[in-house]
Design a protein around this ligand. Structure first.
Ligand SMILES: [Zn+2]
Ligand SMILES: [Zn+2]
Length: 179
């Protein structure tokens, strides 16, 4: 290897190190908000890598949440334990948060997403509307489902206070300030 080759090799190594340093933050890559339980599960898998560039700002012992800030780009990440019933508290799940008021803790979202997912699964197994009696809701001319006095939508509404599974996702979006 000539002296020139060594210089080129050193240059390549320096370039690679520089490149790695610049790539050390995943904040842009994972800034998409969490909407579904699948999003939450996928985020749990990558959370350790995301947090590699982050430092703790504050922790909340009451709800096990933690606020961290990225050392590279100053993005804030909130950490929750969405499956806290699991052994050891379950995996961490980090998601981007903005517009923070330092005196308040942001509201957690992963438990809400889990609840909505359960509601949607519940909705999906209801029905069909076999009747022959009509739904007992005041203004409804649909037939009742088996095992209930109501049609599928009014049965669901009486249990979850939501009208349809689409409404569930609207609720998630409103909750996240997206719609
Ligand atoms: Zn960052
Ligand atoms: Zn009905």
């Amino acid at each position: 290897m000539s002296g020139c080759d060594v210089l080129i090799a050193l240059g390549l190594i320096a370039g690679a190190v520089f490149h790695m340093t610049m790539q050390s933050c995943l904040c842009e890559l994972y800034k998409k908000p969490l909407l579904t339980l699948t999003d939450v599960r996928e985020r749990c898998v990558i959370t350790k890598d995301i947090l590699a560039s982050c430092e703790t700002v504050k922790t909340n012992a009451k709800n096990w949440m933690e606020l961290t800030r990225c050392s590279y780009c100053d993005a804030y990440w909130l950490i929750e334990y969405p499956f806290s019933e699991h052994h050891g508290g379950g995996p961490q799940c980090a998601y981007r948060v903005t517009g923070l008021k330092p005196e308040h803790w942001p509201v957690g979202i992963t438990q809400k997403i889990r609840q909505l997912d359960e509601d949607r699964a519940f909705f999906d197994v209801l029905g069909p509307e076999v009747g022959p009696e009509n739904c007992q809701h005041v203004v409804c001319d649909r037939l009742r489902i088996s095992g209930s006095a109501f049609c599928i939508q009014h049965h669901f509404e009486s249990i979850t206070n939501c009208f349809t599974s689409n409404e569930l996702y609207s609720r998630v979006k409103r909750f996240l300030g997206l719609g």
